[in-house]
Design a protein around this ligand. Structure first.
Ligand SMILES: [Zn+2]
Length: 423
């Protein structure tokens, strides 16, 4: 199944979307936009998306937290069959790129238009979706619209969240006309595809057209404290010290060793980082009395993440015994890795092979709405190449031809899943 997509039409949608909240730069290599949730730029982006969906005969609705949905119900489809859905997000970080989010939203719409143009007859309705506040930073930590849709957060909780000025999400959505009704229910979908820019260099380095994500990595954050005794750096002899920073230095190296050991033994994608240290009193002439450390652990395998955290705890126990410090370790943030659907991944690979597009398996180090959706139905995350892997930056770039090639694979995979026969 190869469905020709219209590169110019897709480009025009993305170029128009890029004008909403556009930031001007002297450097022609930079194309940035600031379209945070609930702003005028975000309203214009949503309005344009709604217009474009209605122009393609989709029925558009908006849910309680502003998730925007368009449904195409072709005559061939069983209206009650679970639909195949696709989409991403339209909000951006401040001075974000023009592809992160909008590519997945407009590629989903272009997939529907490609099916319409080709006159294919899917058995299932097709849903196109833009989730609210994926980036986070304005209301909460991110992926908010998909968190509500998948039941991890209630609509009431989300609507009560406030921005830096104390404005609630509910007020912001009401102001721009996107405080809708009901809650989107991805659990009722047969499957969900999200196309996103890779934000890394794997595809670019091998020259592949599309990345097929096997697993979205999990993330753990630990907060660690190491307490010794602050004392005079001149008057305290070496054998009388309980130096918190010297102990913390061993801890940093132990976490690095633990991650390296896991990489060598069981999971080469594991990473462990002590990314922050705060030393008190942080004075040259004082033996450090207290250190707070921030630890970041990620992998596609939750057990190996647990193993690195366990090694971090062992390191602290050892330091208590050997150096006389007091320690604590909390794990306030833990998101498990999320495997993507084998069924949908197979549909992507079959489509790419049929169209002569090179698709490679990879994992995603970044979280996307598809991570939430995968908890309630089959989900697949596809990547298009990112020049130099740059993202969340006005230098983010994916060539228009690369956007179209990845969209062609997306369209074929959606059609395949929706029961369009191979010819
Ligand atoms: Zn994104």
């Amino acid at each position: 199944m190869t469905l020709p997509v219209d590169e110019d039409r897709l480009r025009e949608d993305l170029e128009t979307n890029a004008t909403f909240g556009a930031v001007e730069y002297d450097d022609p290599e930079k194309r940035g936009r600031t379209a945070r949730t609930g702003t005028e730029a975000n309203r214009r982006a949503r309005d344009h998306f709604v217009d474009r969906m209605e122009a393609a005969d989709l029925d558009v609705t908006v849910d309680a937290v502003g998730n925007v949905v368009g449904v195409w119900r072709p005559a061939s489809a069983d209206r009650d069959a679970p639909p195949v859905a696709s989409g991403s997000h339209l909000d951006s970080v401040p001075e974000g790129g023009i592809f992160d989010g909008p590519l997945g939203v407009y590629a989903a719409l272009e997939s529907v238009r490609a099916m319409q143009d080709a006159g294919v007859e899917p058995d299932r309705p097709i849903v196109v979706v833009s989730f609210t506040e994926e980036e986070g930073g304005t209301y909460g930590d991110g992926m908010l619209g998909s968190a509500v849709a998948t039941g991890e957060t209630t609509a009431e909780e989300a609507l009560a969240m406030t921005d830096d000025d104390g404005d609630t999400l509910e007020e912001a959505l009401s102001r721009i006309g996107y405080r809708g009704e009901g809650t989107l229910d991805p659990a009722s979908w047969d499957g969900f595809y999200e196309l996103h820019v890779e934000q890394d260099t794997t595809l670019e380095s091998v020259g592949a057209d599309v990345g097929v994500v096997t697993t979205i990595t999990g993330i753990t954050h630990c907060t660690v404290t190491i307490t010794g005794e602050a004392n005079h750096a001149g008057a305290t002899s070496m054998d009388e010290r309980t130096d918190a920073l010297a102990a913390a230095s061993e801890f940093v190296l132990d976490v690095e060793s633990a991650a390296n050991e896991i990489v060598g033994a069981s999971s080469e994608t594991a990473v462990g980082t002590v990314g922050s240290l705060s030393v008190a009193p942080n004075a040259t002439n004082v033996v450090p009395g207290h250190v707070a450390a921030g630890v970041d652990v990620r992998d596609v395998d939750h057990d190996s993440m647990d193993a690195i955290v366990a090694a971090a705890r062992e390191s602290l126990d050892r330091l208590e015994t050997e150096r006389g410090v007091e320690t604590s370790l909390d794990r306030p943030f833990d998101v498990a890795p999320e495997p993507m659907s084998d069924r949908l991944r197979a549909a992507v690979h079959e489509t790419a092979a049929a169209g002569g597009r090179e698709a490679i398996d990879l994992h995603s180090g970044a979280a996307h709405d598809s991570m939430r959706v995968a908890r309630v139905t089959d989900a697949s995350l596809l990547f298009a190449p990112s020049r130099d892997g740059i993202s969340h930056n006005p230098r983010e770039w994916t060539d228009w031809g690369d956007c179209a090639a990845a969209t062609e694979v997306l369209a074929g995979a959606i059609a395949r899943t929706a029961g369009v026969d191979d010819e």
